[in-house]
Write a new protein. Sequence first.
Length: 276
Amino acid sequence: MLTGTRIAFIGGGNMAEALLAGLLRKGVAVAEHLTASDPDVHRRELLAERFGVAVHADNRTAAQGAELVVFCVEPQVLDSVLDEVASSLQSRPLVMSVAAGYPISRLQAHLKTATRLVRAMPNTPSTIGEGVTAMSMMPGLSSEDQDRARCLFESVGKVVVVEERLMDAVTGLSGSGPAYVFAMIEALADGGVLMGLPRITAQVLAAQTLAGAARMVLEQGTHPAVLKDRVASPGGTTIAGLSRLEQGRLRATLMSAVTAAAQRSQELGKEESHHL
């Protein structure tokens, strides 16, 4: 789908690196057709050495002639980057942005001739090919462009398509969610250490427990509450632990965390100057 497509990544940070790695690992694209720009010479050298792609300090040079342009820069600088690159997009490529809280309407305002726009929210597990990306498409985007966008992000994990009005909720859940899970792994491991386990052993047990439980939900398609009940035998250890989680309002707190992050994403979308 993307093998012969010239793709430019504007911004050569972690997400661009993850996408480059995924595209090449899965044979979806070839290095000769990939370009990345970044102001940091060390990042440029790393990407060139690791992936064999062309790198540039100048964003306009990187974008020139690309058929697909992916903006992987922080939202607080995206306005200026779009204005800088706009004149280099005369070929009207498919344009994607992974900036949190940055709506398609704002992309279009800066790229006035752009008619093929996609807003995406990948998450950090994409760096190991285990991410999930939510995408929103500009109305009227062709099925071919939609397939291209899906193909790009499927190289680093799963993809879902949502209405743009739900992207802030996505940000609060899957965009910020890995941090919630890291906090849970840390807390579970601390509990193990408190009860006498060595730190490294406790961390492996905690992390693999969450990874395995998540895989059960995805592969079996069973509601998490059903899986939970199967583990919690009457009068047993698990129901005793679950009781403490209820006392600590774990579920309500996690729901509040998603809500708070989603609301912050909404705020970022309204601010003239973004802050992460």
